[in-house]
Design a protein around this ligand. Structure first.
Ligand code: GDP
Length: 335
């Protein structure tokens, strides 16, 4: 039995073991753990602490872990506390996790001012989203200055991560040809900053070409009235040679400060909080639909009635919704 009070106290003191335990608690799907997790989040949520939340996306092999390691080490060297969370909805399928390999981020792992947490093995995006939102909130309460949320570039998870970040950074590798890499337009539109990694050695000329290709492509996107005119932008970095990292950090801070001053930051956080609340309600309702035996039986029965032509689909849906409406959901679930 977890003592939520004690855990909350140690967490806000910045105890990394308490943070790890707290994240394990929010990852659990056991009903009693969910109750404790909600209590814990409510308690630590009032610290008012805010980290800079940075989403980092890129396909496997572009250098995400190398970048996080060297970028994270730079921030730690500046006296900042850095948390790294991974989002990998596919990890359940492959049985592995993008951060499961302990050799990744070897130096950062040893830093007292750093906290690294691999992706949990959850089967659905909704579960990963909830866990990540809650883990981010816990890292903030524990006093981390920067929370990096790493995601592997596969569509849906990017959108989800962008919804819980202050800044969204896309990491690319130098392109071989002159075509834009198969980066989905939607992902590019989400990016506040594109970092073209591996701008070193033989790859440097290709990296610089890629930077200018993307600079051109970004100009064609709709201008964002809340941001400085030269954002979003593309810049070269080398995670391996540790070059361009200070500039990348400067750009991130410039954008973050700008948005803080013009109110966009607060508005964005308010939107995200609202979105979080709505997603919780939606997920909770869906969970009832799929988990409650009574409701499942009713769904099945009505599904058959619809298939047999005994009921019209819309009428059956109306009846099902009436059954779920208001407190009926709770009564059904309790009974
Ligand atoms: P991830 O899959 O995105 O996490 O990529 P990794 O960080 O594991 O890097 C993939 C490969 O690219 C490794 O062999 C790295 O050594 C290499 N790599 C990463 N960053 C750089 C860089 O800045 N320059 C060069 N030349 N290679 C890099």
């Amino acid at each position: 039995m977890t003592d939520v009070n004690d855990l909350a106290l140690r967490l806000v003191e910045g105890d990394r073991r308490a943070l790890a335990r707290a994240i394990t608690l929010v990852e659990s799907r056991r009903a009693d753990h969910r109750v404790q997790a909600a209590e814990l989040l409510d308690r630590v949520g009032r610290t008012g602490r805010q980290a800079l939340r940075i989403g980092l996306s890129g396909t496997p092999g572009v250098g995400k872990s190398t970048f996080i390691e060297s970028f994270g080490m730079m921030l730690v060297g500046q006296g900042l506390r850095v948390a790294v969370l991974a989002v990998d909805p596919s990890s359940a399928r492959t049985g592995g996790s993008i951060l499961g390999d302990k050799t990744r981020m070897e130096r950062l792992t040893r830093e007292r001012a750093a906290f690294i947490r691999p992706s949990p093995s959850q089967t659905h995006l909704g579960g990963v989203a909830r866990r990540t939102r809650e883990a981010v909130a816990l890292c903030e309460a524990a006093g981390f200055d920067v929370v990096l949320i790493e995601t592997v570039g596969v569509g849906q998870s990017e959108t989800m991560v962008a919804q819980m970040c202050d800044l969204f950074v896309l990491l690319l590798a130098p392109a071989g040809g002159d075509e834009l890499q198969g980066v989905k337009r939607g992902i590019m539109e989400m990016a506040d900053l594109i970092l073209v990694n591996k701008a070193d050695g033989d790859l440097k000329p290709a990296a610089m070409r890629t930077v200018s290709d993307y600079t051109g492509a970004l100009r064609l996107l709709r201008r964002r009235p809340q941001d400085p005119a030269d954002f979003p932008k593309a810049i070269p970095v080398s995670a391996l040679a540790e070059e361009g990292l200070a500039r990348a950090w400067d750009e991130m801070r410039t954008l973050a400060d700008w948005r803080r001053q013009n109110g966009h930051w607060a508005a964005c956080r308010a939107d995200q909080a609202r979105h979080w609340f709505e997603a919780e309600v939606r997920d909770g309702l869906l969970a009832r639909l799929t988990e409650d035996p009574g409701i499942r039986a009713a769904m099945r029965a009505m599904g058959e009635a619809v298939a047999d032509g005994r009921m019209a689909p819309a009428a059956a849906a109306d009846r099902m919704l009436a059954r779920l409406r208001g407190l009926g959901v709770a009564e059904d679930a309790a009974g």
